[in-house]
Design a protein around this ligand. Structure first.
Ligand SMILES: [Zn+2]
Length: 144
């Protein structure tokens, strides 16, 4: 039951800042990237100028597979914003990425069937263009 777009384009879009620009540019290329500290090798997300572990500013952007597992989830039934009233119910998930230990991305699950949503559900990234500047990563169930 994938809706296109999953959430309406009238909803407030993420701000593209100096720190987040490489992430959003990668999403526009349909590529998921995360920061990795070049001093202690910790992955981090959301993008930040400073390593939460060693306080180094040195980092690189690393492409990841976009595969992961649902760490936790919620189904939103009451729209938190007027722009989302037509979109409820929708699913919010926190996804733990398979190849970036410690990274969890807050997103949406676009295609879970009734009763299918659960912790540890295997998922993979899909991208949804919301505006010319912003393409957002969402997730779908990874089926064998
Ligand atoms: Zn570090």
């Amino acid at each position: 039951m994938t809706r296109t777009p999953y959430l309406p384009p009238t909803m407030p879009l993420p701000a593209v800042t100096e720190d987040t620009r490489p992430f959003w540019e990668a999403c526009r290329r349909r590529e998921l990237v995360v920061q990795r500290c070049t001093r202690c090798a910790s992955f981090r997300h959301p993008p930040a100028p400073l390593c939460w572990r060693c306080r180094s500013f040195a980092h690189e952007w690393v492409a990841v597979s976009g595969r992961g597992r649902v760490f936790t989830h919620a189904v939103v039934h009451r729209a938190p914003l007027p722009a989302l009233e037509a979109a409820v119910p929708f699913t919010v998930v926190v996804v733990a990425l398979d190849d970036a230990p410690g990274v969890r991305i807050v997103s949406n699950l676009v295609d879970a069937g009734p009763g299918e949503l659960r912790v540890d559900l295997p998922v993979e990234v899909v991208f949804e263009e919301m505006s010319p500047e912003v393409t957002v990563p969402r997730f779908r169930v990874r089926r064998a």
